[in-house]
Design a protein around this ligand. Structure first.
Ligand SMILES: [Zn+2]
Ligand SMILES: [Zn+2]
Length: 172
C-alpha cells in the first residue's frame, strides 16, 4: 500500500520569483488516490511522474511539461480489466493574485501542482475504456467473451442501414 505523502507535488519557486534563477527544471514522482471518472481512473498505487520547467511570468510562474501515468478500468466491450498509458503535455500559469480567468494560484514562495495534475489526468481518462482496440466484446446472444471463445450464434443486424450496406457492397 502506498501512502500518499503530504506536499509531494509542492515546489518552491522563490528563486524564480526573486530573479535568482530564470527557470528551474524539476522532476516529481507521487501518487494520488482520487483521480477517477465513473469508468476508469489512476489507481492509488500507480506512479504519477511529472517532468516540467518552471519559468517566471508577468504575475507568477508558467509551468510546462509532461505528465506520465497509467489508467485502469473495465473494458466496455468484454468487461475484462483494461489499462493504458497516459502521456500528456501541459502548460499552465500560477498567479500571485487571485484571478477569475486563471485557475491556479501561487502560495507565498511555492506552488502546489496537485490540482493541476488531477485536472490534467482526469481529462485524459477514457470515458469508454477498451482492453485493446481490436476487442471483440461479449456475444450479445450467449454472453461469451468473443476474444476467448468462438460461439456459433448468428449475428442479428438490426441497423436500418444494413440493407443499404448490402446494396452498396460490390462483392455481393
Ligand atoms: Zn475488451
Ligand atoms: Zn454467442
Amino acid at each position: 500500500m502506498v501512502t500518499v505523502k503530504k506536499d509531494q507535488f509542492k515546489v518552491k519557486v522563490g528563486n524564480i520569483l526573486n530573479g535568482t534563477s530564470d527557470y528551474e527544471d524539476i522532476e516529481l514522482i507521487g501518487y494520488l488516490n482520487d483521480v477517477k471518472v465513473s469508468t476508469s481512473g489512476v489507481e492509488p498505487q500507480t506512479e504519477i511522474k511529472v517532468l516540467c520547467r518552471i519559468e517566471r511570468a508577468n504575475h507568477g510562474v508558467i509551468v510546462h511539461g509532461l505528465l506520465r501515468s497509467m489508467w485502469a478500468g473495465e473494458c466496455s466491450r468484454c468487461l475484462e480489466p483494461a489499462k493504458g498509458n497516459i502521456n500528456v503535455e501541459f502548460r499552465e500559469i500560477f498567479v500571485t493574485e487571485p484571478d477569475l480567468e486563471i485557475e491556479y494560484q501561487l502560495n507565498g514562495d511555492h506552488i502546489d501542482l496537485t490540482d493541476l495534475i488531477k485536472d490534467q489526468l482526469i481529462l485524459e481518462l477514457p470515458a469508454v475504456p477498451v482492453c485493446n482496440f481490436g476487442c471483440r466484446g461479449l456475444c450479445p446472444i450467449c454472453g461469451v467473451n468473443r476474444n476467448e471463445t468462438k460461439c456459433s450464434c448468428k449475428r442479428i443486424n438490426n441497423s436500418p442501414f444494413s440493407k443499404l450496406n448490402e446494396l452498396s457492397d460490390p462483392t455481393r
